[in-house]
Design a protein around this ligand. Sequence first.
Ligand SMILES: [Zn+2]
Ligand SMILES: [Zn+2]
Ligand SMILES: [Zn+2]
Length: 154
Amino acid sequence: MHTCTDHDSCVGDALQKADMICQDKGLRFTKLRRKVLEIIWESHAPAKAYDILDKLKKNDTSAKPPTVYRTLDFLLENGLVHKISSLNAYVGCSHPLKHHECYFLICDACQEIKECCNNDIAQAIIGTANKNKFHLKNITLEIEGKCQECGDKN
Ligand SMILES: [Zn+2]
Ligand SMILES: [Zn+2]
Ligand SMILES: [Zn+2]
């Protein structure tokens, strides 16, 4: 789905932003955290926790599931990755400094994900939540379908 022509720069950007965010917040961007984020950013497709673990083990044979989950929690908490619940997988956030409310177009053919933001949608949801006196924690919308490339093949 992604017409990203220079994925190295996507990855470089993401790592640099993560570095900055951690520095700003006084958090340690450890080698492990960096490595996990790098693995998630290998593509624009979501990564499953056990795939991340497998890749991590190539560098560090002592890596265990709790290591991965703890690291994923850190990345999630700091807005560096998003969890795609319908796929139980993780994807890197493409603009971690900008927003908390995003929605995802998920192509069910190539599995790639596009992150979009639209403040109108977020405001509509916040309005509905307020009307219902609902305490909002997190807005994540997952929209399934086919990207242009995959749609064109049929
Ligand atoms: Zn890319
Ligand atoms: Zn995001
Ligand atoms: Zn596709």
